[in-house]
Design a protein around this ligand. Sequence first.
Ligand SMILES: NC(=O)c1ccc[n+]([C@@H]2O[C@H](COP(=O)([O-])OP(=O)(O)OC[C@H]3O[C@@H](n4cnc5c(N)ncnc54)[C@H](OP(=O)(O)O)[C@@H]3O)[C@@H](O)[C@H]2O)c1
Length: 237
Amino acid sequence: MKERVSRPIAVLGGTGPAGRGLALRWARAGETVIIGSRDAARAQQTAEAIRKRAGADAEVSGMENSSACAASDLLVLTVPFEGQAALLKQLKPAIRVGSVLIDATVPLAASVGGRASRTLGVWQGSAAQQAAEVVPKGVSVVAAFQNVSAEVLNGDEDVDGDVIVCSDDPQATQVAMELAAKISRVRAIDGGKLENARIVEQITALLIGLNIRHKGHGGIRITGLPDSAYLTKSQAD
Ligand SMILES: NC(=O)c1ccc[n+]([C@@H]2O[C@H](COP(=O)([O-])OP(=O)(O)OC[C@H]3O[C@@H](n4cnc5c(N)ncnc54)[C@H](OP(=O)(O)O)[C@@H]3O)[C@@H](O)[C@H]2O)c1
């Protein structure tokens, strides 16, 4: 019997490739997922498409982003960098105190018409730290999933990659690590403080460059750490 994370996972911006892919993986793992969107109808259509792929028992619904925030205190943010801060400001009244917000945003230069293989400088240090500055007090921000290709997440193969999880709140780190490890073959690693998100976000730009150069969908694996550093699916279930 799979153990659930006990609360729905609300994926804000879940209509895009990154959010859809994560939602699909969690739905397949037996989690209850809410797709959030600026448009409730688009969220419901995406939820329906994920349900069809994930199987008859999959629990996936769709709603407007603020309703999704009101419906869960476990939030995953998958929107482009250019919309991240403004969306969080708009959602502030709807985000519940005590929520965990897992941010997958990468500040790609493509956001301002530049190359996807370059990043933008963010005053706060990283997109995740920018998010932490905007969310209401009492909300823990975690950075994760920046290095997992949406193309791979939306496929049917196991995901060959590690997810580095960064946060200043150890309990929130643990929650995000368990979510990451729900994805088949993914290993979650505690990456330390939220400020380390700056490095993890940069790796995505490198991966995009490698993917363009070699025509692939690369991820990362961290080798050589003791077994205790990795959280895997068999431990998370
Ligand atoms: N794609 C990948 O392989 C990948 C991998 C790791 C991390 N990421 C990161 O994850 C995030 C999402 O990636 P993606 O490729 O899924 O992005 P995307 O398709 O460009 O956007 C995802 C969703 O965000 C919403 N959105 C778009 N612009 C917005 C705005 N200005 N304000 C509020 N919401 C907006 C849209 O949903 P609605 O219109 O339905 O609201 C859209 O479907 C990005 O920050 C990206 O860097 C992506």
